[in-house]
Design a protein around this ligand. Structure first.
Ligand SMILES: Nc1nc2c(ncn2[C@@H]2O[C@H](COP(=O)(O)OP(=O)(O)OP(=O)(O)O)[C@@H](O)[C@H]2O)c(=O)[nH]1
Length: 322
């Protein structure tokens, strides 16, 4: 199909390590009255798409990519999805891509320059990186975490409620050592003026090339193979006391290795879905939207971390069923 000759669509790429606040930022973008019709691509590392379910209900076009990391196996998918979106240009005028917490942003940025359709119909507006002020200290040795900051045009140092002022200053210094030029904001729950990140025309190819002069030619990068994900999907009613005990015990004993856990559960047959989130030892659970009539009340959990024991996690979850 022929493409209309129109202005390229601006694209914001949201990156940031696991649990930093990318979906929180995405929800802010989607609820803000900026007058733009936004299409969204959400990419997750686990095989169950929890993120897309946590994005608030909107009329916007939301596309999921769950089969791997956006920067590797599914980069072809990204190009295909963007290409097909470009044929529905009247439906949206802005595109936001949320990458997995384990994505190296370079290959994602690359796609906007190596693919013909993406190059002529989409324009990278900014790479926005969310940094978890509390937990980034556990991940400084991760290439992905560092590259996400290095390639950022805008950095949100988020979760400032969880650190002290001196810790924040120290962190800002560290971020500045990696990226001296990005615009930097301190945020709680990614609360900032959305105009500061959308339509800012901050992306600069010269900057990307100065970080890595080969980046337009490089192929997929190496992931840390000790990091994996475990997905659990199971019907049944979860007993809230057993669940609380299990999660507390799990995060106390394995919190170092569990980078991220999230789930949507059918707890105590409540009318609303129970949504929980974990990052290392920090756990948060709350009721989400009501189950829809006829909706299958499936429990879905995803763990991402180092040296995860899939069988043990599955068995321990089954023990939490009523
Ligand atoms: N205390 C605190 N919690 C926050 C803040 N921002 C986000 N959170 C919480 O952190 C958890 C993770 O937030 P998400 O927005 O899902 O993070 P994410 O980067 O999308 O996570 P992944 O996609 O799994 O990598 C959620 O429980 C949020 O409510 C903040 O500024 N302070």
């Amino acid at each position: 199909m022929a493409y209309l000759k129109v202005k390229p669509t601006p694209v914001t790429v949201i990156t940031g390590y696991l649990g930093a606040g990318k979906t929180t930022l995405l929800n802010r973008i989607l609820t803000h009255k900026h007058g733009k019709k936004v299409a969204v691509i959400v990419n997750e590392f686990g095989e169950i798409g929890i993120d897309a379910q946590l994005v608030i209900d909107t009329d916007e076009e939301i596309l999921e990519m769950n089969n791997g990391c956006i920067c590797c196996t599914v980069r072809g998918d990204l190009i295909r999805i963007v290409n097909s979106l470009m044929q529905k240009r009247d439906k949206f005028d802005y595109l936001v891509i949320e990458t997995t917490g384990l994505a190296d942003p370079a290959p994602v940025i690359q796609s906007f320059f190596v693919d013909e359709v993406m190059r002529s119909h989409a324009e990278l507006d900014a790479v926005v990186t969310v940094v978890d002020a509390k937990h980034i200290c556990h991940h400084w040795d991760s290439n992905e975490a560092q590259e996400q900051i290095a390639f950022a045009d805008v950095v949100l140092i988020n979760k400032i409620d969880l650190v002290s002022q001196p810790q924040l200053q120290e962190l800002e210094k560290r971020v500045r050592e990696i990226n001296a030029f990005a615009k930097l904001y301190h945020t709680q729950n990614c609360n900032l003026n959305i105009e500061g990140i959308l339509g800012v025309k901050a992306f600069d190819l010269k900057n990307a090339l100065s970080i890595d002069s080969n980046f337009l030619e490089e192929d997929a990068h190496e992931h840390d193979r000790s990091i994996s994900s475990v997905a659990i999907a199971q019907t049944g009613i979860v007993d809230s006391d057993k669940l609380t005990n299990w999660l507390n015990q799990l995060t106390q004993t394995q919190g170092q290795n569990i980078f991220r856990l999230k789930g949507i559960l059918n707890v105590d047959s409540e009318d609303r879905r129970f949504v929980f989130q974990g990052i290392h030892m920090l756990l948060d659970g709350r009721p989400g939207r009501p189950w829809k009539p006829g909706e299958s009340r499936k429990n879905e959990l995803v763990f991402i971390g180092r040296n995860l024991d899939e069988n043990q996690l599955k068995q321990e979850f089954r023990n939490c069923l009523a």
